[in-house]
Ligand binder design. Structure first.
Ligand code: ARG
Length: 467
């Protein structure tokens, strides 16, 4: 018989190369805390249902607590031949409490155990992430509030398009990261379901009480199908999907910070504490933080594709392939947390170069739409007005001047609907303030959006303090 916990039907020991190859302990030892929590709840339930004695449960729980302390103090030996964290803990439990340890796995399989551990871990990780995102969203709103007067060009195709408030731009990211947070929060509903009690795949013959375990572990429900519970990892894929979308948002913001901190734009200065220099070019200051966040986005997308690909075509129920879910999950979660954290630190330290932003609004014919709108408001069909304003732009370009610098006679040569009042409408400030339909860039709207955001943040803080 092999020495393994599962060694009964084996006549020879596992090849050392296979042990090394199949071991996941380096990765899944991170689940130790949740594995101990899950096992303690399982013990309590076994005793309550009189499947094991109360004294036996006490012994097992004391042993499990001791193991947790040993792992936390660094005094625990991890060995490849014990495969994973579940085997390590059970093996050590036998050393501490003797043969009673053999009762811990009653009515349970590593298949429902690992699914439980990952759900517990991911529930904590999601809450931690929601906390981090909450701080970052607040940093965006605070910056929008403190820079409310600053005007900048809004872009389409990276060409100057129309003037906007810088705060309106910031609040666009607030909306994106708020949806991200809500996606993670929504995913919690599906993560927070107890698979334990599904055993290997078909359920167990023991008279267990799954609701009791769910209560002890704070799950909001119990899985309804044992095959599904041990074999799907869609909750991980959902988390990685939400993480990928969130990183996509970070990468767009990062791209803009890289561009905007260049001498060509000069809109923002990334403080020295968040930049590095070049080892060869003494004049350089590089925007490493946004560049790295942009780069790490690829890693997180890769994690999503890795787990999707691992799960694709797997027959029901558990397959060992699924052990490969943890590397991408842990890596993506750590990466995203690190990005949220560094952005939350860097953002309030950014220096916004308002005069440069505002200067960029003075040129580029960004008031052409407003000239067209003016003509349309006076009765000219919009398409015709568009053509008329276009001709005015071409004329001004040829004269190397801007629309608002043409005199009234020049403007009237394109349409006699144009009168002196046009000049009040062609300033960046007027263009911004007139865009006051809900969701537009006018100061009143943006202040309202900031107010709503504070209310939303206060409401979203409530989930953070839930257990
Ligand atoms: N280390 C395994 C994993 O992460 C635990 C489950 C093993 N189950 C099994 N039947 N071999 O998936």
């Amino acid at each position: 018989m092999s020495e393994k916990l599962w060694g009964g039907r084996f006549s020879e020991n596992t090849d050392a190369a296979v042990e090394a190859f199949s071991s996941s302990i380096d990765i899944d030892k991170r689940l130790y805390h949740h594995d101990v929590e899950g096992s303690i709840a399982h013990c309590r339930m076994l005793a309550k249902c009189e499947i094991i004695g109360q004294d036996e449960a006490e012994t097992l729980i004391r042993g499990l607590e001791q193991i947790r302390v040993e792992i936390e103090s660094g005094g625990f030996a991890f060995l490849d031949r014990l495969e994973d964290i579940h085997m390590h803990i059970e093996h050590r439990l036998a050393e501490i409490v003797g043969s009673t340890a053999r009762k811990l796995h009653t009515g349970r399989s590593r298949n429902d155990q690992v699914a439980t551990d990952i759900r517990l871990w991911l529930r904590d990780m999601t809450r931690q992430l929601l906390g981090g995102l909450h701080h970052f969203r607040k940093a965006l709103v605070d910056m929008a509030e403190s820079h409310i007067g600053v005007i900048m060009p809004g872009y389409t195709h990276l060409q100057r398009a129309q003037p906007i408030l810088f705060s309106h731009y910031l609040m666009a990211y607030y909306e994106m990261f708020t949806r991200d947070a809500h996606r993670f929060e929504d995913g919690l509903k599906r993560i927070n379901i107890l698979p334990l009690g599904s055993a290997a795949l078909a359920g167990t013959t023991y008279p267990i009480d799954r609701d009791y375990v769910a209560d002890l572990l704070g799950f909001i429900g119990v899985s309804g199908n044992s095959i599904d519970a041990v074999s799907d990892r869609d909750f991980i894929i959902e988390f990685l999907g939400a993480a990928s979308i969130c990183m996509m948002h970070f990468s767009r913001l990062s791209e803009e910070l890289v561009l905007w901190s260049s001498s060509e734009f000069g809109f923002v200065v990334i403080p020295d504490a968040f930049s590095t220099g070049s080892s060869i070019m003494p004049q350089k200051k590089n925007p490493d933080v946004p560049e790295l966040v942009r780069g790490k986005t690829g890693r997180v997308f890769g994690s999503l594709v890795a787990v999707l690909t691992t799960m694709k075509s797997l027959p029901l129920a558990y397959n060992r392939d699924m052990q490969e879910d943890k590397v991408p999950l842990f890596d993506a979660a750590d990466t995203l947390c690190a990005c949220v954290d560094i952005y939350t630190r860097m953002f309030p330290a950014l220096k916004i170069n308002a005069p440069v932003m505002e200067g960029a609004v003075q040129t580029g014919y960004m008031n052409a739409t407003d000239l067209a709108d003016y003509l349309a408001a006076k009765g000219m069909p919009f398409r015709e007005a568009h053509g008329c304003a276009g001709e005015a732009v071409r004329y001004a370009m040829e004269k190397n001047t801007e629309l608002h610098e043409l005199d009234i006679d020049e403007l009237r040569s394109f349409s006699d609907l144009i009168q002196e009042d046009i000049f009040n409408l062609l300033t960046p400030r007027a263009m911004i303030e007139r865009r006051c339909c809900f969701g537009g860039t006018s100061t009143g709207n943006v202040l309202e959006a900031i107010k709503r955001a504070h209310e939303q943040l206060a409401e979203d803080a409530l989930i953070l303090i839930e257990p």
